[in-house]
Design a protein around this ligand. Sequence first.
Ligand code: NAI
Ligand code: MG
Length: 354
Amino acid sequence: KHLSIALIPGDGIGPEVVAEGVKILRTIEELDPELSFSFTEFPWGCEYYLKQGKMMDADGIDQLQNFDAIYLGAVGYPGVPDHISLRDLLIKIRRSFDQYVNLRPVSLLDPSFTPLKDKSDKDIDMLVIRENSEGEYAGAGEWLYKGRPEEVVLQTGIFSRKGTERIIRYAYEEAHRSNRTLTSISKGNALNYSMVFWDEVFEEVGKEYPDVETYSYLVDAASLYFVSDPERFEVVVTSNLFGDIVTDIGAGITGGLGLAAGANINPEMKYPSMFEPVHGSAPDIAGKGLANPIAAIWSVSQMMDFFGEEKWGKAVLDTIKGLTVEKENLTPDLGGKATTNEIGDRISEKLQKL
Ligand code: NAI
Ligand code: MG
């Protein structure tokens, strides 16, 4: 099998962590005669913007269209407003390629990484499935009477039946396939249109999956449970905004942004899917070899899973887990002294010894 991969290293620590992810992909390619990858790098990002006046080429989406996958580091840097860097590249790609599923594992690699007392990797092991194409982030709204006393601002959430059903069905499928419980996070008591609709769809679609055990929590209560008893959650499905927020709580209870991975999926494979760490460009540590590449490498594991190479997805994740038991194998964000490059090398070496 061959996969063509578009690389968008981006800004700050983006290129540093992407280099380590590519190292792991090359290792897999070497070890598996059935698999090969080709890489095409795109120089898009904030530096590009400062020189060219745009985050990506005007026909950038066309250029990416025929790749199997996109592997992205991070975009955003001081000097370029964040709404430009995010909207004109990242969000544009997610939207154009209908990557409506955002998969974010919230899974504890090592008990020492969580600030929660008495929680082990058995307690914190969930997959958050976030709606990634509409909802609260649809971008709809209006700014009326700007600057006047009667000024009113509307930010409209858009929840289509198609959009809501497909994400909820994806989550049921995942829970069914993996024999796990499914929890919906919403807010029907206060958001009297959108979230009442969400809850109804969750129940309706559930009728097709009588074997899946379901729970439904309000987002405020769920946020508390994430830190008080995370063992309640296995597969979680939620809206764009709530998913954004609860997965940062998820990062907080599992060791921080250096470990949080994400995949933006178009399940039908009509368009390329995009794999990226959740973190940003971290200008405060960029260029010093301090960045933790594990989030980016975990995204490589997600990429392997998505393309049906679960054997490699699991091998990469197991290797990461095996590595982090020793402090000398940690970057400074986790209290160690290892560099970005060293972590990549060690994971690559361990994979070769499997
Ligand atoms: P950030 O995620 O870049 O950094 C937050 C904190 O976490 C910093 O202290 C940073 O040093 C640390 N951190 C992040 N990743 C790390 C890693 N791999 N290893 C060790 N420490 C790590 O978020 P921030 O500072 O809010 O944003 C910086 C820029 O990144 C902004 O321009 C923002 O718009 C952009 N951004 C881009 C994202 C993307 O491309 N997906 C996501 C989030 C932010
Ligand atoms: Mg976020």
